[in-house]
Design a protein. Sequence first.
Length: 275
Amino acid sequence: MPEVSVDRYAVIGHPVEHSKSPLIHAAFAQQTGQQIEYGKILAPLDGFAATVASLREQGYAGANVTVPFKFEAYALATELTERARVAGAVNTLSFKGSDILGDNTDGVGLVRDIEHNLAVPLAGKRVLLLGAGGAAEGVLGPLLATMPSRLCIANRSVSKAESMVARAKPVDVLLEACSFEALAGQVFDVVINATSSGLSNERLPLTAGLFADGALAYDMVYGRETPFMQYAREEGVRQIADGLGMLVEQAAEAFYLWRQVRPQTAPVMTMMRAL
Ligand code: ATR
């Protein structure tokens, strides 16, 4: 194994060129005085495990994992944190000798952005989670842990929402699955868009009147005004957020896992918004 003077990390994805993680981790390292290097690695679609093996041989200390490898990372990990086990997916790997520790910081990143940065406590709130794909699965456990009064998962394919509900760890939260159409007449305090519809600029078939007074509309997509955010604006929602805060917070949690130092996220969010 070659000698390395600084600990090396990277984000592995396909595609990965667009990833903001190197910028965010470089800012964290500068702020905290940690000696790290953080790069981007494009893994072939059939070459995730080989890419991880190669990074370990080169002496890398860990990696973030993005689309489409979060499930493969889960399978590859030799040890999992509880939240990664619940999510069924891994976005952060730590290489420790022969062990590969898999964690998932996405859900905690979302919750921290909503509760801390946006100052919206979720306990006792009526929460609507739109989508039942990988992004929604990754955040369900931490959302439930905040003890909303109700959490409804709505998805185009209702069966996927139903199976998320069936797999969830029982907690004292009214947890339901429904179709978009069945949302008519219901009211929520926090609505989180975890579908990928924003990426393709498609509008979800949501009816009017979904938002309670003072509600938060949150889109996990960042860096653009999505049709969901436009819809929330048309509905008169005043607090509308994209997923940049979640991106920075999930990175901060990974940085903490690797370095045992918690960076400040606010200045990094300000920097990212100014790009
Ligand atoms: P991700 O990792 O981003 O969650 P995914 O696992 O492919 O990606 O899941 C995509 C999610 O967005 C799903 O909930 C999908 O709904 P279906 O399960 O019914 O396919 C949802 N989605 C994507 N485009 C959508 C659209 N135009 N309208 C409604 N839902 C959409």
